[in-house]
Design a protein around this ligand. Structure first.
Ligand code: UGA
Length: 443
């Protein structure tokens, strides 16, 4: 069986998949329409922050096992297995997924195919997409070429992309033939040998599995956040409550951290894509997921409200330090970032917002240029009237509240991620507030 693989689309998913396939010993060709990205990757440089990926890409580029191109003709000739990893963002004009990149690949690749080919979708798509791709490819490919489409969704988390690709917690093979299954089992033989659970299923189930997994994760987060609001009202403590729930294996503690809610390039757009499709089909899950989305947005508003209250309801001109801009730690991704949303809202209310993120300052500056960005937590909090902890980077956990207390204007902190130790901050003379925590005080 051929040891050559094409990976089309070299964003987060594709660049990681391409590098990890090279690591597994395949000859890999990464393809993208973005010339700048291809030039960077060809030089062994990853255009975004992901722990370990730079090293993996540069090593395999150097050793010649990983190459990048903008030529689909070269790709069609290079391999008989093509992984499609292009982005499927939210549509500009609605909640549904924008599948234009998936179909652009289909239209370009189809007529160029010169050998029997397996196209394996990894992009997150609504069920039914693979069938449309398959129909188009059959129509576009030369008559003597057979093209089959399989779906093999990816569950990688930003910040843990390599680990999640090399040692996934499950493999999902959505296939329509034994031949496609055999090819994919060959690609993933190392993971299979290591005992990674594998679910061989039909194509629509594989497509839905990814959206359903993200929808469940989002629901779990919105549930615990809704409980945080209730905890505030009844005097309960959300962190302790989450621990209690988490001990139940059926619930589990992971992904049950209350706070500012979810953001990023996946969970928000995926629940909306599923909601849009479900609504169109008249399925009840549309209502459930729409409340999950609303509950999530509410957390951002509640943190803004707390901040405004801490500014005596007069935020104009107040100095607010924001710790964290990325949508989560270990990433420079600010797409739909809750932290940046709160910072920008307070900026719009007239506050003087100063942001520090250990790696996302640059991406944040591009997305929200009116905020001030500084290079350390200390610089951010100097002279601040209020400090907001909005992305739980490990370095914030070890900040010294005594030292920072000496440079702020007021020792007031709102912990939007429950990542700090309230006792340490209070002992150092700070007023510490967090949503859903018992020990509330007036700030
Ligand atoms: C998510 C899924 O976790 C991956 O399995 C999936 O493959 C990926 O989307 C995707 O579709 O490509 P990711 O967006 O990297 O991965 O981030 P998560 O770690 O799931 O976090 C998403 C958001 O939820 C972040 O803003 C995070 O701060 C928030 N979150 C997460 C919480 O508020 N509480 C938690 O307990 C966990």
């Amino acid at each position: 069986m051929s040891e050559r693989i094409c990976v089309i689309g070299t964003g987060y998913l594709g660049a990681t998949h391409a590098a990890c396939m090279a690591e597994l010993g395949f000859d890999v060709l990464g393809v993208d329409v973005d010339e700048r990205k291809i030039a960077m990757l060809s030089a062994g440089v990853v255009p975004f922050a992901e722990p370990g990926l730079d090293e993996l890409v540069s090593r395999h580029v150097r050793e010649g096992r990983l190459r990048f191109t903008t030529s689909f003709a070269e790709a069609a000739e290079f391999a008989a297995v093509h992984f499609v990893c292009v982005g499927t963002p939210q549509s500009r004009d609605g909640d549904g997924a924008d599948l234009s990149a998936v179909f652009a690949v289909t239209e370009t690749l189809g007529p160029l195919l010169s050998q029997d080919t397996l196209v394996v979708g990894k992009s997150t798509v609504p069920p039914g997409t693979a069938e449309r791709v398959s129909e188009r490819l059959a129509a576009l490919a030369p008559p003597d070429v057979t093209v089959e489409v399989a779906w093999n969704p990816e569950f990688l988390r930003e910040g843990h992309a390599i680990e999640d690709t090399v040692r996934p917690d499950r493999l999902v093979l959505g296939v329509a033939s034994a031949e496609a299954e055999k090819t994919l089992r060959h690609v993933y033989r190392q993971s299979i040998r290591e005992g990674v659970p594998i679910e061989v299923t039909d194509v629509p189930t594989a497509e839905l599995a990814k959206l359903a997994a993200n929808a469940f994760l989002a629901t779990k987060i919105s549930f615990i956040n809704a409980m945080a609001e209730l905890s505030d009202l009844v005097g309960a403590d959300i962190v302790s409550l989450a621990d209690v729930l988490g001990y139940d294996d059926r619930i589990g503690r992971r992904g049950l951290n209350a706070g500012l809610g979810f953001g990023g390039g996946c969970l928000p757009k995926d629940i909306r894509a599923l909601t849009a499709q479900a609504a169109e089909l008249g399925a009840g899950v549309a209502q459930l997921l729409s409340s999950v989305d609303t509950a999530n947005a509410r957390m951002r508003d509640r943190v803004v409200d707390l901040a405004v209250e801490a500014c005596d309801f007069a935020p104009r001109g107040r100095r607010i330090a924001v710790l964290g801009a990325a949508f989560k730690p270990l990433s420079d991704d600010v797409r739909d970032s809750p932290a940046l949303h709160v910072a920008s809202t307070l900026d719009a209310l007239g506050a003087r917002v100063r942001v520090y993120d250990p790696v996302a300052n640059e991406t944040a500056r591009r997305a929200a240029p009116t905020l001030e960005y500084v290079d350390s937590a200390r610089d951010a909090v100097t002279d601040a009237d209020l400090v907001l902890h909005l992305t739980e980077w490990p370095e914030f956990r070890t900040l010294d509240p005594l030292a920072l207390g000496a440079v702020v204007n007021h020792r007031r902190i709102i912990d939007g991620r429950h990542g700090l130790d309230p006792d340490r901050w209070r002992l150092a003379g700070w007023s510490y507030r967090a949503l859903g925590r018992v020990t509330r005080e007036t700030v």
